[in-house]
Design a protein around this ligand. Structure first.
Ligand SMILES: *Cc1c(COP(=O)(O)O)cnc(C)c1O
Length: 392
């Protein structure tokens, strides 16, 4: 069905930070299937796990113990908060699990609280429940969905946060530490710390959607860890399955024992194969040398983009980002931005566009400084061509 506006290439294979189309052209992949392929393509650790688990068993259901998934759950908990994990096949299903868990908490312990406070322009998924939490009008407008009270807050507005949580009675606050499809908007660490303080004081559940920001993308395993806060609930997906579908929630001590047998489930999740790949991803990204590489290349990316902004103030409005997650906000029409995206494609560089005029960069964490430089140089040249044409 026509649910996506596609770019005109067909992919034949991927290797490292590059994809190759059916005609043999190479593309530097700064999109990674939407923050999924954190180790690029055909990474040896992923291929090894795929072969090992793939020749063992692929699916068993939840009626038996699933060792790769148990190992992954244990490692995710060790790296985050004391708690328990529920696995899903996707990000939207992680949001659904979160909604059900928050709802059960509301009934059992909510003390008259109900509903979820979320951020304007948030994205938490496209299924009908998750869609209630997604505050981008073009995404939800044609799909009215279940009636959970939803409160909308502007990102980083601490006064509004204080006001809302003092006057309304939401059960939970759910935020992306960096709004992803909403246009790469990082939440300030002070904002997150104040949110934590208010939630603790008022007994509100602090929930973080780390589906796009997680798995090392911002230089820590999860982005909230920069702020030193302790959430009640963490949503994960995208990169966690090493390229295969896998998502889930990590529920802290207040929530972890609420679900009883029959409350929630999934036939497929957690796929043992996805979980084995997840363990392989963790093996790589938890190495201190790898994290150091991410911090160094991330600093290089953000600095290079800031410099681009200074050199091209007419076309570039703002650079936003954290770690290896960046948004170049352009002062151009949606058509001109799409043209730039196609221009980059013709130069062998794959990028995403979000909110019509923002170039979104979600490179593999294995990206090199030289590859970042190649993108910035190419983009600067194309931008100069655009400005010439539009008489900027
Ligand atoms: C992609 C995304 C989702 C939805 O994940 P799907 O796997 O596409 O359902 C939810 N929240 C955030 C922050 C995302 O980036």
């Amino acid at each position: 069905m026509s649910t996506y506006q596609r770019l005109p290439i067909a992919i034949a294979r991927g290797e490292g930070n590059y994809l190759y189309d059916t005609e043999g052209n190479a593309y530097l992949d700064l999109f990674t299937g939407l923050a999924v392929n954190v180790l690029g393509h055909s990474h040896p650790a992923i291929t090894r796990a795929l072969m090992q688990q793939g020749s063992s068993f692929l699916h068993i259901s939840n009626i038996f113990l699933n060792p790769p998934a148990i190992q992954l759950a244990r490692r995710l908990v060790e790296q985050t908060i004391p708690g328990k994990v529920f696995f899903t096949n996707s990000g939207a299903e992680a949001s659904e699990a979160a909604i059900k868990l928050i709802h059960k908490w509301t009934i059992r312990a909510g003390g008259g609280r109900a509903g979820v406070a979320v951020l304007k322009n948030s994205f938490h998924g496209r299924t009908l429940g998750a869609l209630r939490l997604t505050r981008q009008r073009h995404v939800y407008q044609d799909f009215p969905s279940p009636d959970i009270p939803i409160y909308e807050l502007a990102a980083n507005d601490r006064e509004q946060l204080r006001q809302l949580l003092a006057t309304e009675r939401p059960a939970a606050l759910l935020v992306e530490p960096v709004l992803g499809s909403g246009g790469i908007v990082p939440l300030a660490e002070e904002y997150l710390r104040e949110a934590e303080e208010i939630c603790r004081k008022e007994g509100i559940l602090l929930c973080l959607d780390e589906i796009q920001t997680g798995m090392g993308r911002t230089g820590r395993l999860f982005a909230y860890q920069h702020a030193g806060i302790v959430p009640d609930l963490i949503l994960f997906a995208k990169g966690v399955g090493g390229g295969l579908p896998l998502g889930g929630i990590i529920a802290g001590e207040r929530l972890m024992n609420l679900f009883a047998p029959g409350d929630h489930g999934s036939t497929f999740a957690p796929s043992p194969l996805s979980a084995a790949l997840g363990n392989a991803v963790l093996d790589v990204i938890l190495q201190p040398a790898f994290q150091e590489h991410v911090r160094r290349t991330a600093a290089h990316l953000q600095q290079s983009l800031q410099q681009l902004l200074q050199e091209e103030p007419a076309a570039c409005r703002e650079i936003r980002g954290k770690g290896l997650m960046a948004g170049i906000v352009l002062n151009l029409s949606a058509d001109a931005v799409r043209e730039l995206q196609q221009g980059l494609l013709a130069e062998g560089i794959l990028v995403d566009v979000t909110q019509k005029t923002i170039i979104r960069l979600l490179p593999p964490l294995t990206i090199t400084q030289a590859e970042i430089d190649r993108f910035v140089e190419t983009f600067r040249r194309l931008l100069a061509g655009q400005s010439g044409k539009k008489g900027l």
